[in-house]
Design a protein around this ligand. Sequence first.
Ligand code: ATP
Ligand code: MN
Ligand code: MN
Length: 371
Amino acid sequence: RTCSTSTPVTTVSQYACQRRTTTENHNKIFTDAFEVLAESYEFSEMEGPCLAFRRAASVLKSLPWAVRSLGATLDLPCLGEHTKAVMEEVLQCGRSFEVEKILSDERYRTLKLFTSVFGVGPKTAEKWYRRGLRSFTDILADRSIHLNQMQQTGFLHYGDITRAVSKAEARSLRNIIDEAVRAITPAAIVALTGGFRRGKEFGHDVDFIVTTPELGKEKILLPNIINGLKKQGILLFCDYQASTFDMAKLPSYRFEAMDHFAKCFLILRLEASQVEGGLHIAEGDSRGWRAVRVDLVSPPVDRYAFALLGWTGSRQFERDLRRFARVKQRMILDNHCLYDKTKKEFLAATTEKDIFAHLGLEYIEPWQRNA
Ligand code: ATP
Ligand code: MN
Ligand code: MN
């Protein structure tokens, strides 16, 4: 479409949970620039501007048309002075000077490189940067640095883990998890979640929810799945976190980002022979297998809908669901429950649709949650 006909007819909500965002992004030139700025602010711990750029990117991702002039953005929420200045530069020059400056900045480049290692967060990256380290060679040569198990595995499988996981690989992993789970209890429930549930073609990992129809029986799942994968010889790494979930403590978990369900962050060995069309690896790589990141979370079945909604993402969609619940409905939503502060009661849900209905929101399909 041309920009003269692209003015939105209906108003765009400031909440991602009131927008439908597919994987088709018509404004990638802007959102890629915003993502660099957001990340740069994140590295400087400036949460305000970081969030502002993430919100702006999310609004542009939801548009079924490409922005071709600043005039077309007049009715859009979440676009401030700074965002518009960047957009103007991109519209006029095809690139943003500010973004290019960040991309060539030594600190940004180093922190980006270090945090690309599995197990290395912004704090560790910053610490290494302050010590004067600038490359992986620097880190591995520094005898005073102790790498934990996760980081050692991160370096060992760096190439594979930083390489995107394909849909075909995700399907194959689903079969592997399905089989491991059925061997424990045939009635078990396995659900694909995360980016692949949102219809993405590629992901940085594959996320699954596993539980049992019988409440309480889910406790045996993860330890047994992990054992099964180990016996198959395909478990390359496992960080298992036992459940700390306690119904009696709800809804006071609200200030934490993570949930309290049992979960594990895995690295699995995936054989080429198990993937339709072959592995998504570098051309010329003939190992016949690759390492892939897999996350499993195991909530009690009565928490299933909340866990599924929380783990499907995107992160921005989740943030806005919670914010909408808090600001518009005086409710607390997290991965465990929905609590109505006015009525002082928990709102029950067995499906995601129940949760959207409680929140007074139109249902948004998983593939429309790519905010
Ligand atoms: P990608 O394709 O890059 O993996 P994704 O959307 O699947 O994208 P993930 O990091 O796998 O991203 O996270 C999936 C969802 O699970 C997100 O909505 C995130 O909020 C949630 N999530 C991830 N890790 C945790 C955790 N430790 N505790 C609670 N929720 C989490
Ligand atoms: Mn994921
Ligand atoms: Mn994940």
